[in-house]
Design a protein around this ligand. Structure first.
Ligand code: IMO
Ligand code: MG
Length: 419
């Protein structure tokens, strides 16, 4: 076994980074393969909180190599800031951060376009993180985008940037263009030491039996193809995204752990069948500190949705689950798991892909007893209250996938390995 993928399997914010960090102790390499600074990956070690947006979470381990693959879109200005602020916290990047030459660039115009598109959609907006992600990926796909390595070719960069503005019918003056090129040249001088042929390096390391960990961002229900389109992000967040986002052959992904919250959350717009718009939802939101680490927005909260969860397990071919934030449910009298969707008098056999269908489903629930005890100090399943164990068993039975890890707090040590 030399590679492992840790993927968010719902609508993002599943505490993937916590799991990546826990498993990362043994990893030689941690790789981001999609998304960009829309991600907000939070890790707490010894009471210190770190939030990563584009940098792989593995950077906390001083010996671990960190890789940003071709499938990521990089805002070079925010990446520079992220590196500098983490360096201030004592983390080192020299010789261990590798950025693929092909990674797409998120430029200031993409953020403006993101903002403009969202305002234009009015009530139909997606609720994006406003990081320019959608417009940057759209430009990559329409072949007008800029990539990391373009920064090394000033004349080419100049022409491409000019065409990019023209393609969006945005007028720029020559001094504005020159100023932006000068900024990008400065950024290149700063970032170029990290730019590398990531595809070849990853395969070499894999063949060398190094342990490679792929860190997903967002989640399956936000995948551009298989998520709740159009209320999704613009990248492939699923197992299939690893190969297209790194250049490593699909067969080199040896194991997939799906990360699920013990309840569900969603930030932004779009259907959310198990959403709790009541006191219970508010209580979970407060208890779980369900406010975005990238945008600060209050997250929508709901019960664990096994219909969506089984769908994402299928799409990703997960081998096991990590169940996070179980401690947040402590103190609830009753805990529910959604076990089926109905439309009129028909129980659906599959997860419905159309937003109109998904917003109109009636949810069927299994009701379980809650537990009172604070479980943040539990370090084995045995120490958990009976009701919490029953909750885990119910999820495992419905999912037909084993639970491998349970998280009972944000700190690295608040993790249960299920034997
Ligand atoms: P992590 O990696 C939760 C959501 C946005 C919006 C939709 C599209 O921390 O789990 P985008 O800015 O990507 O075009 O927004 O996707 N979204 C996330 N939700 N966690 C994230 O990342 C997200 N990244 C994007 O809220 O609904
Ligand atoms: Mg997030």
């Amino acid at each position: 076994m030399s590679s492992l993928a840790v993927l968010g399997c719902m609508w993002g914010d599943e505490a993937k980074a916590k799991i990546v960090d826990f498993l990362g102790a043994d990893a030689d390499v941690v790789v981001r393969f999609q998304g960009g600074a829309n991600a907000g990956h939070t890790i707490v070690v010894n009471g210190i909180k770190y939030v990563f947006h584009t940098i792989p979470s593995g950077i906390l381990y001083p010996e671990t190599k960190c890789v940003i693959g071709a499938g990521v879109v990089i805002d070079p200005y925010s990446l520079k800031e992220e590196i500098e602020s983490l360096e201030k916290l004592g983390l080192s990047f020299k010789g261990r951060l590798y950025i693929d030459e092909r990674a797409g660039l998120v430029l200031p115009l993409h953020k403006k376009l993101d903002n403009k598109q969202e305002s234009g959609l009015g009530a139909g907006k997606i609720g994006t993180t406003q990081r320019g992600i959608g417009p940057a990926y759209a430009d990559q796909t329409s072949r007008t985008g800029l990539r990391m390595i373009d920064l090394a070719y000033p004349d080419w960069l100049n022409d491409r940037l000019q065409s990019l503005y023209a393609s969006h019918e945005i007028a720029v003056t020559t001094p504005e263009l020159e100023a932006e090129i000068a900024d990008l040249n400065r950024i290149w001088e700063y970032l170029k030491e990290y730019v590398a042929p990531v595809d070849s390096l990853l395969l070499e390391w894999y063949k060398d039996d190094r342990y490679i960990l792929f860190e997903g961002a967002q989640g399956t229900m936000l995948d551009i193809g298989f998520g709740t389109y159009p209320y999704v992000t613009s990248s492939h967040t699923i197992t299939g995204g690893i190969s297209v986002g790194t250049g490593i052959p699909p067969r080199c992904v040896d194991k997939v752990i799906g990360v699920y919250k013990a309840y569900a959350t969603r930030v932004g717009e779009g259907p959310f069948p198990t959403e709790l718009k009541n006191d219970t939802g508010q209580r979970i939101r407060i208890q779980g500190n369900e406010f975005g680490s990238t945008t600060g927005r209050a997250r929508r909260v709901g019960w664990f949705d096994s219909v969506a969860a089984r769908y994402s397990a299928q799409i990703n071919g997960i081998d096991s689950m990590a169940l996070t934030l179980l401690d947040v449910l402590s103190g609830l009298e009753e805990i529910k798991i959604c076990t089926g969707y109905w439309i009129l008098d028909t129980k659906l056999k599959r997860f419905p892909i159309h937003p109109v269908a998904l917003s109109s489903v009636q949810t069927e629930y299994l009701s379980l007893k809650g537990w009172d005890k604070d479980i943040t100090d539990c370090r084995s399943v045995r120490q958990l209250p009976k009701a919490a164990k029953e909750y885990l068993e119910a999820i495992q039975d419905i999912m037909e996938v084993p639970i491998e890890l349970v998280s009972v707090g944000s700190d690295r040590i608040q993790t249960i390995v299920v034997k």
